[in-house]
Ligand binder design. Structure first.
Ligand code: MIC
Ligand code: SF4
Length: 644
């Protein structure tokens, strides 16, 4: 029986477990990436592990999220990460060099290698044929120290692409179509593998747009084959030596197959407030817009920007619209400047931002009240833009640019025939903003520079025999990490300071929660389906840990968040019977007798609701290793005790 591409790479990297669907496997990690908003914690954790030099083939620390620097905090974090990188063997991508995923694709990604990153959009690397997975900072720290990364052996979904995209229909429309069909939880436990004749019609950056936003499916990752197009891309990046051909075997067996005829796709948008709330531009109609933002790790490649520049050339942004543009990397920015396209963007009235995450993570450019904002980004969760009542639509760069001129949501196909926008034969290579680490012989001379906002992460205790605690918060379905631990210009600077950031925990749902939880001392959170979707931020576990949350009981979890809870020593429980969600109200006193014993023996957990007298059955499905981690009170304790 032939193998899928995913299986080939996983098999090549297997270091623990058996190749059995649904079981836990450990894989060797070749590369890691971090960004600054999750990086400080990841490096504090790495330091705590006491490993002198990273053991990966390549580890890169990017600064791209917190670049507003409205106080000293961000700059202190940048300095800290830079010094840690110098000392411990990590390449440092300086602020101004671009968004981690875009730069990694351009300069470091290698087909057939494994990459984990402390950012949920790490699967962007799947566009170049890598197994690239988003993870919590602690998992990345362990991988930097040479430890394996553990995942559930995934189901593999084949997306068979046929045909070719029509003019002005974009890679963004492909992934929006997949999201429409599968939903934001449709990818949980799965790898999405793209195959078929249609693959050949997509460039590497287009493939990367698709794998990037596969994160919104909840998928473990997404991947494209490595073919001649990959080779051309790497050659243009002066990295042809990194290319190898890779594809699934003809007779590979998949768990599911989805057919997409690229030529049948039309321009689409994800409507407020979820990436899977997808409709066609035609269906939504010509709604009036207030803002357009172009950029983010999903759509900020050179070709995306050239399309935008072509549309804007000689035009003026509509009087009622604010247009901001952030190219994805210094390479893209520089090339736009050199070929004159930047001048076209500026002349049209675009507000040019530095190449960083910017508005995507609420670092500036929040829309006006009730503002309608079109964004080429990947997430439109309520409030993420920094304006609670904004209406954010996710669209392709083509739709964004045409609409910015028209002042209403517009279909770019009205522009007629599309000129050819091709990847250049040679990109501008200038890695002067990537600082290599100090040689090992010099590492002792490097001083670690710590600012006053950088506080140690909270410690956790081994799991108690029994837990008795109140339900401090009850929430519904699809709670995102942006609800649990919001980001944005005000809160992101506190990412290195758990006591301070925890004051905003769940502020998007209930501002009283932090105070209430702290007063209670110990508490339990109850939630619905797909709890913790979105970001990889482990702060969404560390802040609750700091506030005394002992367990989270929900209908189902998103993958990375569940792993982060386990790593923090918080018990992830699911209702054995989803209808029992109704049997708990906020404030109820819950008791879980002998929970330690039950978890140890893999038994169901009986939760006694002392307020109502009802009993609820919960499950905590764990592998041998995750069980040990949870019993030890988290991954750091487990690692310190010699666990692997
Ligand atoms: C995001 O897009 O939500 C982020 C900000 O990139 C996060 C990481 C973080 O919270 O720092 C992610 O996607 O993992
Ligand atoms: Fe940055 Fe947005 Fe991409 Fe997250 S999704 S890495 S915030 S650009």
């Amino acid at each position: 029986m032939g193998l899928t591409l995913t299986e080939k790479i996983l098999k090549d990297h297997l270091v623990a477990g058996d190749f059995v669907k649904g079981s836990e496997i450990g894989i060797r990690i070749d590369q890691t990436l971090t960004q600054d908003a999750t990086g400080t914690m990841a490096y504090l954790e790495f330091e705590a592990m006491g490993v002198p030099r990273v053991k990966t083939e390549r580890s890169v620390a990017y600064i791209d999220h917190n670049t507003l620097q409205s106080g000293f905090e961000n700059a202190d974090d940048h300095r800290f990460i830079g010094s840690i990188a110098q000392k411990h063997g990590i390449y440092f991508s300086r602020p101004g060099n671009g968004i981690c995923h875009q730069v990694h694709l351009e300069r470091f990604g290698i087909p057939g290698k494994t990459l984990i990153g402390s950012d949920s959009h790490t699967p962007t690397g799947g566009g170049i044929g890598m197994i690239a997975i988003g993870a919590g900072g602690l998992d990345v720290a362990v991988a930097m120290g040479g430890g394996a990364y553990y995942i559930t052996y995934p189901k593999i979904v084949k997306v068979n692409l046929t045909g070719k995209l029509s003019d002005w229909v974009s890679a963004k429309d492909v992934i929006l179509e997949v999201l429409k069909r599968l939903s934001v939880k449709g990818g949980v436990g799965k790898v999405i593998e793209y195959c078929g004749e249609g693959v050949k019609t997509l460039s590497v950056p287009e493939r990367a747009t698709i794998t990037n936003m596969g994160a919104e499916l909840g998928a473990t990752t997404s991947i494209f084959p490595s073919d001649e197009i990959t080779r051309e891309f790497l050659k243009a990046q002066d990295r042809e030596k990194d290319w190898i051909p890779l594809s699934a075997d003809e007779d590979a067996v998949y768990d599911e197959t989805i057919e997409i005829d690229l030529s049948s796709l039309v321009p689409l948008a994800a409507c407020p407030h979820s990436p899977d709330n997808v409709k066609s531009i035609e269906e939504i109609g010509k709604i009036k817009i207030d803002q357009v933002c172009i950029g983010s790790c999903t759509n900020s490649s050179l070709v995306d920007m050239l399309k935008v520049a072509h549309i804007l050339k000689g035009k003026t942004v509509h009087a009622d619209v604010s247009l901001s543009i952030a190219p994805g990397s210094k390479q893209v920015f520089n090339m736009l400047a050199q070929n004159g396209a930047l001048a076209d963007l500026i002349a049209a009235g675009a507000r040019i931002l530095e190449c960083a995450c910017g508005p995507c993570i609420g670092m500036g450019q929040s829309p006006n009240s009730k503002g309608v904002s079109l964004r080429t980004f990947n997430r439109n969760f309520e409030g993420r833009s920094g304006t609670k009542d904004a209406q954010v639509y996710l669209v392709s760069p083509e739709v964004a640019a045409v609409s910015a001129i028209e002042g209403v949501l517009s279909d770019p196909r009205a522009l007629g025939k599309m000129p050819k926008f091709e990847i250049p034969e040679k990109f501008l290579i200038n890695d002067n903003m990537i600082v290599p680490p100090a040689p090992e012989s010099e590492m002792d001379k490097v001083e670690i520079l710590r600012g006053p906002n950088i506080k140690p992460f909270p410690t956790s205790q081994p799991m108690e025999e029994s837990i008795s605690a109140a339900c401090a918060l009850k929430v519904g379905d699809n709670i995102t990490t942006d609800h649990i631990m919001p980001a944005g210009a005000k809160i992101l600077p506190l990412r290195s300071n758990i006591p301070a950031i925890s004051k905003y925990c769940f502020s998007a749902c209930d501002e009283q929660f932090p105070e209430r939880a702290q007063k209670l001392g110990k508490s339990i959170i109850v939630g619905g389906a797909n709890y913790g979707q979105g970001s990889s931020r482990e702060h969404a576990a560390l802040a609750p840990l700091y506030l005394g949350v002992k367990a989270v009981l929900v209908k189902s979890f998103a993958r990375i968040h569940r792993a982060n809870l386990i790593n923090a020593g918080i018990i992830p429980l699911t209702f054995a019977n989803e209808a029992d969600y109704e049997l708990i109200s906020q404030g109820d006193e819950l008791e879980m007798p002998n929970i330690r014993e039950k978890i140890k023996n893999g038994e169901d957990i009986v939760i006694k609701n002392k307020t109502t007298g009802k009993e609820i059955l919960a499950k905590c499905e764990l592998s041998g290793r995750t069980k040990q981690i949870l019993l030890a009170g988290g991954l750091l304790n487990f690692t310190k005790e010699g666990g692997k």
